[in-house]
Design a protein around this ligand. Structure first.
Ligand code: F6R
Ligand code: ZN
Length: 188
């Protein structure tokens, strides 16, 4: 039987206690998502293969909801900010929520038919991710970006399409500010 439990999400570090699993993504594992592969190699040779982000889960067998945190380091590969891989959910009927706890970022969203939207990520903003919109978090701030996510436990992740063709916008730094740039394959 599932029992009630108070799960502590540290307001500063984003750690989840107790948690059920976690993983990290290092810069070298994210090679395919950045447009400038040489900049990625330069980054790794100068800074080492640092952790770009960590995902911590709380999910229980038999529960239809899962939640957890994503803890993103600040950084850039060339002019592109550190970002998550980005995905659709396998289940096309599932909403997800992202509640930003620490830092600043851009949530980049794309529908199946190519509509692009963004939501500012800053403390207190709860982003509503509608069913069947791809989502990628981009850390545009100088410090960590930490958010709490909640979704259906069996939503599943579909990474292939985004990895192969990219999202329709890049989020890059221009004159010290975050700017959206169209992917050359998909002019705005
Ligand atoms: C779950 C979800 C987040 C992301 C995490 C890493 O549906 O959206 O937990 O999985 O922020 O992003 P990806 O999975 O795109 O590397
Ligand atoms: Zn998701």
């Amino acid at each position: 039987m599932l029992l009630p439990e108070g799960v502590v999400i540290d307001t500063i570090t984003g750690t989840v206690s107790p948690s059920t699993s976690s993983y990290v993504k290092r810069v070298s594992e994210l090679r395919g998502i950045y447009r400038d592969a040489a900049a990625l190699d330069d980054f790794v040779s100068c800074n080492g293969d640092v952790v770009a982000y960590e995902v911590i889960d709380y999910r229980k067998p038999e529960s239809d909801l899962a939640f957890g945190t994503t803890i993103m380091s600040p950084g850039k590969i060339g002019d592109e900010y550190f970002m998550t891989r980005g995905h659709f959910h396998v289940r096309r009927d599932c909403v997800e929520l992202y509640y930003t706890q620490v830092g600043h970022g851009t949530l980049l969203l794309e529908s199946r038919d190519g509509e692009v939207r963004t939501v500012d990520m800053k403390p207190g903003v709860c982003a509503f991710i509608p069913p069947d919109w791809a989502h990628r978090s981009v850390n545009t701030g100088a410090g960590k970006l930490i958010f709490v996510w909640v979704c259906a436990a069996d939503a599943g992740h579909e990474y292939g399409g985004i990895l192969e063709r990219g999202m329709r916008r890049f989020v890059v730094e221009r004159d010290g500010r975050a700017e959206l740039v169209p992917h050359p394959k998909y002019p705005a």
